[in-house]
Each structure stands twice: as C-alpha cells, then as structure tokens.
Design a protein around this ligand. Structure first.
Ligand code: PLP
Length: 411
C-alpha cells in the first residue's frame, strides 16, 4: 500500500465548516418550520455584470469559428488581460507593474495555497491570527507547520495575534521568519492597514530578508482614500512582496474563476549557498509545469471588467454589498453589540457578549434568531470571543436577519 503524505493527517481546520453544518442540520431537524438565514457565507450572491456576460458570449462565439478558435493559452495568461490589469489596477495608482510580472490564475485560493511550493521546506512562516485558513493548511500539508498543540497552535508557525486591543493590526514578528502572510482588507476581521502600518511591514521585510505574501483579494472594498489598495504603493515593496488579487469578490467570479498574482522581478529568495534566486522565474516555472492557464473565454470575461461599463457595474456590485455591510453594522450596534470591520471590507467582526464564547454565540444566534454566522475561533485561537458575519447575502435576507437579531438579542 502506498504511504500517504502524513502531513495531511495533521490538518485540523476542516472541523469548522463541518461542525457548523452539523449544528445547523440538527437545529433544522428539531425546528422544521424555522427559516434559517445564512450570513456566514463567503460567496457572492449577485449575478455577473452584464458587460462580463456580453464578453463571455462573444468569446464563446469566437471559439466556434476556426479563424478565431483558441487552444492551449499561455500559462501565465493572455497579454490582453495582463495589460489591462497593469494599467487599471496599478498604473492608475502610480505603480509600475510589467505584464510579465502578472500571472493570471484560477483563484487567489489556489495561488495563496500553491505559492509556498517555491520556498524551502524549512522556511519559517508567520500568519495573522485569526487567518484565512488556506495559508495555514497549505503549509501544514507541506510539512512546514509542525504539530498542533492542545491550544490549536502549530509549533513551527509564528502567530501574530490581531485583536481589538491592537486594532487588529498584526505585530511584527519577535523571532526570525522567512515568509509572512498578510491579508488586507482582512478576512475575517474586516480590518485594513494604514499606509504607515504597511510601510512598517515593508521596511521590516527589507531589513530581515523576509518575503511578504500580500493577499489583496478584497481591495475593491476599500473606501477610505488614504488606505493603500496595493502593497506596491509602498516604496521598496517590489523587492519583498508578492501580491494576490481576484475577480471573485469584485466582479462575482467565484463560480467563473479568474484571479492574478504579481511577482515583481526584484523579489528574490536564495539558494542553499546564499545566492539570490528570482521568485518570478520560479513561479513561472511552477505555473508552466502544473497549471494549464485560465480559459480564453473567462479571461475575455475578466477583461470586460475594465471597460467603462464594466467598471461602473462592478462598482455597483461592491456598493450593493457594502450597503449590506452598513445594514449589519448599524443593526448590531443598535442591538448593543461591539462591531468591527464592514467599513472597508465585506466582513463584519462582532465581539461576542460577555461570558459567551464564539460557539456559544453561534448557538444563541441560531437558536434565537435562526441566523447562521461563523464562530471566530474557527479562524484561529485569537478569533475566540468574536464572530464573523458577511455582507454577501441577499439584501432582503440580510435585513431580516438583522431585524431578528435586534428583536431577539438586544442586550
Ligand atoms: N483570499 C481570501 C482572503 C479569501 O477570503 C478568499 C475567499 O474567500 C480567497 C482568497 C479566494 O479567492 P478566489 O475565489 O480567487 O480563489
């Protein structure tokens, strides 16, 4: 019998969503008449923008004619899309990114999960806590995390607690680390990093020879004009940062699949002898070997996001979800809860009432308001005492959920 990769057996995180599903199912079975509203989902609910739909149709027609048919595409993506990304997402903010530094992919999940492959097995990683679980789990699978202790922490991972007391801003690591995963606007806390805070990270990484893995999947939700959308808005970041972006939460591509990762030419790792190695070259090699590229049709759909119409429609989508965020924030504050996030992010991070753990609050909300959210403890030990709601629900359901919480849970 083939021996398995035993690092997989050290994974603990899948417990969260299966446990939520189990509790919801048990509640529904006991209360068949209850209308449960799910505000725990991280998936969008609005349809694709019309400009994207038109582009997808046109691209499908191209595939049906011999003269315009496309087979295998370039693994890092078509130049037409990379050029639009470079111009609209970067040059418009005064940032220079070349098209051969942009790698179009099928998701920020895949890229943030796969990027660790180009680093050594003994690299030390640091993560914010709470965290989007993919960063941690992909390193557990690779054997880089060590073993989980009784407190849920892996012994080779450096955890950077993000809690109300530090404004959900990760502290700089106190011991040497090689890779740091940062996600801003943050899932799950909804926090953003100011320009000064991001500069501290870039300066620290330059000084310590670390690489920052910067997940900006939610940058379109930033409202404050002084919050950076890209880490490359910070001087010197090109030498130390890889940035991940996605069309998922911006243009509704969660089921259509398109994202991209920027690996600047300056950012380097080193080999065993200490000689510098281009991470751009390694990532190109990795993607060319293991990834087939995003379908032509889908890349045409993503390109339509950058048309005038597409930009307007995407802004309307984001505005729609941010209105949901406001409804949730205002409602929960009116119910006497302490609420964070939801101003520059589609996530609302709620402090659970005194004496209630994340799971206690989950049970209370489900039992009394028939609303499902996500217990903060599921995102890491420092998420205990918090609870995540998302702004991605249908408007009517979001309003109803908030009214129920106000009626049943007013403190
Ligand atoms: N990064 C973060 C922080 C996320 O929350 C998510 C999705 O929930 C993703 C990445 C996944 O993005 P994609 O749909 O592009 O794989």
């Amino acid at each position: 019998m083939a021996r398995v990769n035993e690092h997989y057996l050290k994974l603990t995180a899948s417990y969260l969503f299966s446990e939520i599903a189990r509790r919801v199912k048990a509640f529904q079975a006991a209360h068949p008449g209850a209308k449960i509203i799910r505000l725990g989902i991280g998936d969008v609910t609005q349809p694709l923008p019309p400009a994207v739909i038109a582009a997808l149709h046109a691209a499908v027609d191209e595939m049906g004619r011999a003269a315009t048919f496309r087979g295998y595409g370039p693994e890092p993506g078509y130049e037409f899309l990379a050029e639009l990304i470079a111009r609209h997402d970067y040059a418009s903010r005064g940032v220079t990114v070349a098209t051969d530094e942009i790698f179009v992919s099928d998701g920020a999940k895949s890229d943030t999960g796969n990027i660790q492959e180009i680093f050594a097995a003994d690299c030390v990683i640091a993560l914010t806590d709470p965290v989007y679980p993919v960063y941690l789990d992909s390193n557990v699978m690779a054997g880089r995390a060590g073993d989980a202790g009784a407190d849920g922490r892996y012994d080779r991972v450096v955890y950077l607690p993000c809690v109300a007391e530090n404004g959900f801003e990760p502290p700089l690591p106190e011991r040497p680390v090689d890779l740091v995963y940062l996600c801003f606007p943050n899932n799950p806390t909804g926090a953003v990093l100011s320009r000064a805070a991001l500069r501290r990270w870039v300066d620290w990484a330059r000084e310590h020879g670390a690489v920052l893995l910067y997940d900006a999947a939610y940058e379109a939700y930033i409202r404050d004009t002084d919050v950076p959308h890209s880490i490359y808005e910070i001087e010197g970041a090109r030498a130390v940062a890889i940035e991940f972006r996605s069309f998922s939460k911006t243009a509704g591509f969660t089921g259509t699949r398109c994202a991209f990762t920027v690996v600047p030419r300056e950012v380097q790792g080193r080999d065993a002898a200490g000689a510098p190695v281009s991470l751009n070259a390694l990532w190109l090699r990795r993607q060319s070997t293991k990834f087939n590229g995003v379908p032509y049709v889908v890349q045409r759909g993503a390109a339509a996001v950058y048309t005038d119409e597409g930009q307007k429609q995407v802004r309307a989508l984001v505005d729609h979800y941010m209105d949901n965020a406001r409804v949730i924030r205002d409602g929960l504050e009116a119910a006497g809860l302490r609420v964070y996030g939801g101003r520059n992010a589609p996530y609302i991070w709620v402090k659970t009432p005194p004496g209630l753990s994340s799971w206690d609050f989950f049970d209370k909300l489900l039992g009394e308001a028939h609303v499902v959210g996500t217990p903060g403890a599921g995102f890491g030990p420092s998420g205990e005492g918090y609870f995540r709601l998302t702004a991605f629900g249908q408007r009517g359901e979001t309003q109803e959920a908030v009214e129920r919480i106000k009626r049943r849970l007013a403190l």
